[in-house]
Design a protein around this ligand. Structure first.
Ligand code: UT7
Length: 335
């Protein structure tokens, strides 16, 4: 049987609508120069970031998630009543419990459908898609609302120049159901290694280091990262995930129309593109305007490209991520 026929036979899930939401407030590199000892030149050359969006005091992750979800539902041409499960990927939930998904369920006035969070960090959206495939193809769910949302600036230490210049807030969402045509998720690859957890983590706020005054005095409520070490793993694992995802789809690099790498650093984005031998115009990046929004970077990127008319039916795309855990994943998807 030729490959095209095989693809058509395999049951797949597909995205039927996407949406995004970012806060209005913009923080530029020039603004950061006034807060910490940094420069636009350093941030631009080391990371590719020019500005990022910042959630306001009264804007929680669920507010951004609801914005993205409403747009995805509208773009899918359905209503909230057509959704039978809500999954939220986030490391910056509204509250440790209940889940952000439950706050979103309330905000969307959804029925009593199962709603829960997953914590895959920057790989969270891809983890969510892979999990959704099992839920949908097993018959457990018919139509899933998958939202990735982060309010990373709420756990940013504005005195630490090593991290505070990197992150931004935003949400991307997708509605998923079983595909009835050739489009959909063709393959995936997902991994984790908990041995390296303390290279990128938030030490406080959990059961290990509860919120207590002495812990807050030591800044343990903030994100901590050994950037240089994380960088090396990110380049290696994102490249590997991209290669594996393409291989598992039975495709070759020449078949790939766009690569959507997690937007942590423009140098990692470019290195991942090179690993697949893709020309620069096939490697998506929006890091200059949003910074690193963890799990939200990939669905926002896909939404933007589709909304701009740049993603066409039949395009083969690869989404690839790496983040805290460490977690990493790759998905090949036919639009
Ligand atoms: O999303 C999840 C995954 N996250 C990532 O993949 C992030 C991976 N890491 C990175 O993107 C990069 O490692 C960073 C952008 C965080 C840092 O870039 P780097 O090229 O690895 O720089 P570095 O940490 O080795 O620091 C180089 C120098 C240091 O000064 P010295 O020791 O050489 O004098 C830093 O103190 O740059 C200094 N530095 C800064 N200078 C100006 C660090 N941050 C800044 C800053 N402004 N904001």
């Amino acid at each position: 049987m030729d490959k095209k026929k095989m693809d058509m036979k395999k049951r797949k899930i597909k995205i039927i609508g996407t949406g995004m939401c970012v806060p209005d407030k913009v923080l530029t590199n020039a603004d950061l120069e006034k807060i910490v000892d940094t420069s636009d030149e350093w941030i631009t050359t080391r990371t590719g970031i020019k500005e990022r969006r910042i959630a306001s005091e009264n804007q929680a992750s669920s507010n951004l998630a609801i914005g993205a979800a409403k747009m995805a539902i509208k773009n899918a041409g359905i209503t909230i009543d057509d959704i039978d499960l809500i999954m939220v990927a986030s490391v910056t939930p509204d509250t440790p419990f209940p889940s952000t998904a439950c706050w979103v369920q309330k905000g969307l006035r959804a029925g009593p459908i199962p709603s829960f969070d997953i914590a895959g960090a920057c790989s969270g959206f891809l983890y969510g898609m892979i999990l959704s495939e099992s839920l949908i193809l097993s018959g457990t769910s018919k139509r899933i609302l998958l939202i990735a949302v982060e309010s990373l600036t709420k756990i940013t230490n504005w005195k630490d120049r090593n991290t505070c210049v990197l992150f931004g807030d935003g949400s991307g969402a997708a509605v998923l159901e079983e595909s009835r045509d050739e489009s959909g998720m063709l393959s995936y690859y997902w991994k984790a290694d908990g041995n390296l957890g303390d290279l990128l983590f938030m030490p406080g706020g959990g059961s290990r280091v509860p919120i207590r005054k002495e812990n807050v005095d030591e800044d343990l409520q903030y994100l901590h990262m050994k950037g240089n070490e994380v960088f090396k793993y990110a380049v290696k694992k994102m490249g590997l995930s991209a290669v594996e995802a393409v291989k598992r789809a039975g495709l070759e690099t020449k078949d790939i129309d766009y690569l959507f790498p997690h937007q942590a650093n423009i140098r990692i984005v470019k290195a991942t593109g090179k690993r697949l031998n893709l020309p620069e115009e096939k490697v998506f990046s929006n890091i200059h305007k949003y910074g690193n929004m963890s799990a939200a970077t990939i669905p926002i990127g896909v939404h933007e490209m589709f909304a701009e008319g740049k993603l066409k039916k039949g395009d083969n795309i690869v989404m690839v991520a790496f983040g805290s855990g460490f977690t990493w994943a790759g998905i090949t998807y036919r639009w």
